[in-house]
Design a protein around this ligand. Structure first.
Ligand code: NDP
Length: 295
C-alpha cells in the first residue's frame, strides 16, 4: 500500500507557486490577489477562510477578506459581489459557503463574474468544464486530479466508482475522470443514496472516490484488492485522545481498507490540503489570464 500524501504534494505545489510569484515580482508583473467574502461567524467557515488567507501569505499572493454580519441583506451582498467583479486589482474571489438562510446561495454564485470565479461554482465554469473548454475547476475535484497526476495513477480504461453526487465534488470529479484527457478516459459510475447494491458496485472498482460525508462508511468488504481509494469525507467527532477533544474521520475505514488498497489517501492529510492549493492554482491562472483573457 502506498499512502497518497496530500500534505506533501500540497507543500510541493506551494513551493512551485512561490517560485513563480517571486519571478513575477522580479519582472514587475501583477501579484495574484485573492479575495474572500465571509458572512456571519460560523466556526468552520472562519477556519477555512483563515487557512486560505494563510496560504496566500505563504506563496506571496495578496489577499483580502471582506467580513459581513449575518443580517446583511441579499441585495447588499450582491452589490459587494459586483464591486469585486469590477475591481481590477482582484484577480479572483470566493464567497465562503454556507450563507444565512435568507440569502440565496445560487443567486450569489451566479452573480460572480465567471472570469473571477476561482471556486469554479458558477454554472458557466461547470458547463465549460463539462464540454472540455478551459474553465475554473472547483478546488476539491481539481485537487483529486492533481493527486492522481502526481502519483501516476492510471485512469484510462479503469473502472471508477464515485460515492456522492454533490455539485462541488461528486458530479464534477465523475465528469473529469470520464473526460477524454490524460487523467480521464475512465468508465465512471456515479453512486448516491438511492444506489442499490453499493457494496457490489464498489467492490468491482479500480478506483473509489468516497465523497458522501458518512464517517468510516467504506469498509474493506466494499473494496477490491489493489484498488485506489480517495477519501474526501470530513466528519468531526468527539475524541478523548486529542487535546482539542475532537478528531476528523474520513468516509473510509482507513485501517482495514489500507490493507487491501494499492493507494489510499488519509484523513486528515489527503484531499483536504489539496483543496486550498487548487484555489491558489486557480487564482494564479486568473492573474495570468490562462482561462479567460485578463480583465
Ligand atoms: P453532500 O453532503 O452535498 O452530499 C452527499 C452525497 O452523498 C449525496 O449525493 C448523497 O446522496 C450521498 N450519500 C449520502 N449517504 C449515502 C449513502 N449511505 N450511500 C451512498 N451515497 C450517499 O456532499 P459534499 O460533496 O458536500 O461532501 C461530502 C463529504 O466531503 C463531507 O464529509 C464533506 O465535509 C467533505 N468535503 C471535503 C472537502 C475537502 O476539502 N476534503 C471539500 C468538500 C467536501 P443523495 O444525493 O441521494 O442525497
Amino acid at each position: 500500500m502506498e499512502l497518497i500524501d496530500g500534505k506533501k504534494v500540497a507543500n510541493q505545489i506551494k513551493q512551485e507557486i512561490t517560485a513563480e510569484v517571486e519571478q513575477i515580482k522580479k519582472e514587475g508583473g501583477k501579484i495574484p490577489h485573492l479575495a474572500a467574502i465571509i458572512v456571519g461567524h460560523d466556526g468552520a467557515s472562519e477556519t477555512y477562510v483563515g487557512h486560505k488567507e494563510k496560504a496566500c501569505n505563504q506563496v506571496g499572493f495578496n489577499s483580502t477578506v471582506l467580513r459581513f454580519e449575518d443580517d446583511i441583506a441579499e441585495d447588499t451582498l450582491l452589490r459587494k459581489v459586483d464591486e469585486l467583479n469590477k475591481d481590477t486589482e482582484i484577480d479572483g474571489f470566493i464567497v465562503q459557503l454556507p450563507l444565512p438562510d435568507h440569502i440565496s446561495e445560487q443567486k450569489i454564485i451566479e452573480a460572480i463574474d465567471p472570469k473571477k470565479d476561482v471556486d469554479g461554482f458558477h454554472p458557466i465554469n461547470l458547463g465549460r468544464m463539462v464540454i472540455g473548454l478551459p474553465a475554473y475547476i472547483s478546488a476539491t475535484p481539481a485537487g483529486i486530479i492533481e493527486l492522481i497526476k502526481r502519483y501516476n495513477i492510471e485512469t484510462s480504461g479503469r473502472d471508477v466508482v464515485v460515492i456522492g453526487r454533490s455539485n462541488i465534488v461528486g458530479k464534477p470529479i465523475s465528469i473529469l475522470l470520464g473526460q477524454k484527457s490524460d487523467t480521464g478516459n475512465a468508465t465512471v459510475t456515479l453512486t448516491h443514496s438511492r444506489t442499490k447494491n453499493l457494496k457490489e458496485v464498489a467492490s468491482k472498482a479500480d478506483i473509489i472516490i468516497a465523497a458522501l460525508g458518512q464517517a468510516e462508511f467504506l469498509t474493506a468488504d466494499m473494496v477490491k484488492e489493489g484498488a485506489t481509494v480517495i477519501d474526501v469525507g470530513i466528519t468531526r467527532v468527539k475524541s478523548d485522545k486529542t487535546k482539542s477533544g475532537w478528531k476528523l474521520l474520513g468516509d473510509v475505514k482507513f485501517d482495514e481498507v489500507a490493507e487491501k488498497a494499492a493507494y489510499i489517501t488519509p484523513v486528515p492529510g489527503g484531499v483536504g490540503p489539496m483543496t486550498i492549493v487548487s484555489l491558489l492554482q486557480n487564482t494564479l491562472k486568473a492573474s495570468k489570464g490562462e482561462i479567460y483573457p485578463r480583465l
